[in-house]
Ligand binder design. Structure first.
Ligand code: COA
Length: 225
């Protein structure tokens, strides 16, 4: 089994900086950026499928944050033969984005991305916010907006019953962007899915509470072995 981390909208692979070292052999993918012009979850899923195939991975445990979780769900629904299990971190089967977030990021990216970065954490300590701001800058205004619009258009609620893979839905208890009820819906509709909560964490629990997030991940991996 190979743990494959997939970041979310406006992020980079750095969002898994506390996971890649803790899980030897894992990889964190960087999703295609502006130059590729991707704007649908299906397109990102195709890019991830190619990356998994090119890396020669046969049993991927896809661990996706937010839009990365949507990508993982999409690949499971496509019955990608290389996908063995899913971890959906702060994600959901439907990821509507508040229009005010899109409008603000469009109007004034430097200021709105700082506000957005603060909303990613339960307790927005300066170091965490700076990390998120740097990722948003690297992803850039155009691609961040394209990512968020891809999330907004994503809706696989009615198809969740088709998923037959082991699934862990893991959410920060204080996540306001993808609240814990999104994970509960995944747990209700996907047969056998486990739902767990990282206490005192917001949307980016893996950055804010890495120890607790990694423990939940390890327990899920152990359950697959
Ligand atoms: N799983 C479970 N429930 C979901 C869901 C999911 N994936 N997506 C939406 N819902 C729920 C909502 O919570 C809402 O429940 P309620 O009626 O009890 O309040 C209901 O389904 C309808 O929600 P939605 O279709 O999203 O429409 P809305 O008009 O209520 O709100 C937004 C639209 C965008 C303002 C709202 O979804 C929101 O605030 N989202 C979170 C903030 C955000 O922008 N996140 C960005 C993620 S990258």
């Amino acid at each position: 089994m190979t743990l494959v981390f997939v970041h979310g909208a406006g992020c980079t692979r750095d969002v898994f900086m506390h996971q890649t070292g803790a899980f030897p052999g894992s990889i964190a993918l960087e999703l295609p950026g502006e130059e590729a012009g991707l704007e649908r979850v299906e397109d990102f899923a195709a890019a991830v499928a190619d990356a998994v195939r090119d890396a020669g991975i046969r049993n991927a445990v896809l661990c996706g944050s937010s839009m990365g979780g949507a990508i993982a769900l999409e690949l499971a629904l496509q019955r990608n033969a290389r996908v063995r299990a899913l971890v959906l971190l702060g994600s959901g089967a439907r990821l509507r984005v508040a229009p005010a977030i899109l409008e603000a990021l469009e109007a004034d990216f430097p200021s709105a991305s700082r506000d957005f970065a603060r909303r990613l954490f339960a307790e927005p300590a300066p170091g965490l916010v700076e990390t998120a701001v740097r990722m948003l800058e690297r992803r850039g205004q155009r691609q961040t907006l394209a990512d968020l619009r891809a999330c907004d258009a994503f809706d696989r609620v009615e198809r969740l019953g088709e998923i037959r893979l082991p699934v862990l839905a893991l959410n920060g208890s204080l996540d306001t962007l993808t609240p814990p009820k999104y994970a509960l819906l995944l747990g209700d509709r996907i047969s056998g899915a486990k739902v767990e909560t990282v206490e005192h964490a917001g949307h980016l629990a893996m950055l804010e509470r890495p120890r607790e997030t990694n423990a939940a991940l390890q327990a899920f991996l152990d359950s697959l072995a």
